[in-house]
Design a protein around this ligand. Structure first.
Ligand SMILES: NC(=O)c1ccc[n+]([C@@H]2O[C@H](COP(=O)([O-])OP(=O)(O)OC[C@H]3O[C@@H](n4cnc5c(N)ncnc54)[C@H](OP(=O)(O)O)[C@@H]3O)[C@@H](O)[C@H]2O)c1
Length: 268
C-alpha cells in the first residue's frame, strides 16, 4: 500500500512515526520546509520512505494523511484533488473542518476525518474518526490496518467529534500539567525531581490501567485507596476544597467552547 503524508509538523510526524511501523507500505512524505521532512525521514529508518512534492504524492498514493493547519487545508485539497489518484482515500486531521467541507472540496472522493492526539507517536494514541459515504469497506479496512500501530481508534458520529476532542485531543496537556504539579509537590516535600516525576508518571499510568482493566467505576477505585481517618482521604479532601473536579470539568468545557468559537470565526 502506498501511503502519503503532506505536512509533517507536530501531529503529522507523530502519526507518521507509528504508521511507518506497518509492514509492506511505501511512504511518501512532504513538508513546506524541507528540513522537517528530511529530519523525519532520518528518524523513520524506513526502507521504503521517500520525499516527494504534494502533487506527486497524491498522484501515486492509495491513502494520504493531510497534516496541514486548518486554515490551509481546503485550498490545498482543492488544488491537489485535480491531480490525485481517483481511487485515493484522503485522511484529514484538521480540527474544526467537517466532513461535508472535505467531501465537497475533494469532489466527492473518499474522506476520513480523524482527531488524533499526540501519544499516537508512541502507539498509545486515542483517535476518533468519521468517514464519508465514498469510503468503501476495503478502504476502511485499509485505514484501520494502518492505524493499528497508533493506539486506540473509535468511530463516532461527527456531532460528537468536537466534544471528544476536548477530552482526548486536548487532554494530554491537562495530564502533563498534573504530572508536573505532582512532581513539584514531591520536590516541595523533599524528593529529588527525577524521582518525584517518576513516581507521578507511573501512578498515572497504573491508575489509568486499573480503570481500564478492572472496569470498576473510578469512584469505587478511589474509595478502595482511602482508609478512614487516613492520609489519602486528607489529600482527597484538599483536592475537593480546591475545586479539582470542577477545574477539570471546566477545562474540557472551555476547550469545547473555544472550538465552537474558532469555527464561528472561520465561517464569519
Ligand atoms: N497538535 C495537536 O495536538 C493536534 C491534535 C489534533 C489535530 N491536529 C491537527 O493537525 C494539523 C496539524 O497541526 P500541527 O499541530 O501538527 O501543526 P504544525 O506543527 O504547524 O504542522 C503543520 C505542518 O504543515 C506544513 N505545511 C504547511 N503548508 C504546507 C504545504 N503546502 N505542503 C506541505 N506541508 C505544509 C508546515 O511546514 P512548515 O513548518 O515548514 O511551515 C508544518 O510542518 C492541524 O490541522 C491540527 O488541527 C493537531
Amino acid at each position: 500500500m502506498k501511503v502519503g503524508f503532506i505536512g509533517v509538523g507536530n501531529m503529522g510526524s507523530a502519526l507518521c512515526k507509528s504508521i511507518a511501523l506497518n509492514d509492506d507500505i511505501e511512504l511518501f512524505i512532504s513538508n513546506y520546509s524541507l528540513e522537517k521532512a528530511e529530519r523525519l525521514l532520518t528518524q523513520l529508518h524506513h526502507p521504503n520512505a521517500y520525499l516527494m512534492d504534494n502533487a506527486q504524492i497524491v498522484a501515486q498514493s492509495d491513502c494520504v494523511f493531510i497534516g496541514l493547519k486548518p486554515n490551509l487545508i481546503l485550498d490545498e485539497l482543492a488544488r491537489l484533488t485535480k491531480v490525485a489518484n481517483p481511487n485515493i482515500t484522503w485522511v484529514s486531521m484538521a480540527a474544526g473542518i467537517d466532513l461535508m467541507q472535505l467531501t465537497e472540496v475533494t469532489n466527492q472522493q473518499a474522506v476520513i476525518r480523524i482527531m488524533p492526539n499526540t501519544p499516537v507517536e508512541i502507539g498509545f494514541g486515542m483517535t476518533t474518526y468519521v468517514a464519508n459515504n465514498y469510503v468503501t469497506h476495503s478502504k476502511m479496512n485499509a485505514f484501520k490496518q494502518l492505524m493499528t500501530r497508533t493506539g486506540t481508534i473509535i468511530e463516532l458520529p461527527e456531532a460528537q467529534i468536537d466534544a471528544a476532542t476536548a477530552i482526548a485531543g486536548c487532554g494530554p496537556a491537562y495530564v502533563y500539567q498534573m504530572i508536573e504539579a505532582l512532581s513539584d509537590a514531591g520536590v516541595k516535600i523533599g524528593l529529588p525531581r527525577a524521582l518525584a516525576q517518576r513516581l507521578a508518571t507511573q501512578t498515572l499510568i497504573g491508575s489509568a490501567q486499573m480503570v481500564e482493566q478492572t472496569a470498576q467505576h473510578p469512584a469505587a477505585l478511589k474509595d478502595a485507596v482511602t482508609s478512614p481517618g487516613g492520609s489519602t482521604i486528607a489529600g482527597v479532601t484538599a483536592l475537593e476544597a480546591n475545586g479539582f473536579r470542577h477545574a477539570t470539568i471546566e477545562a474540557v468545557v472551555k476547550a469545547f467552547e473555544r472550538t465552537q468559537q474558532l469555527k464561528e470565526e472561520k465561517r464569519g
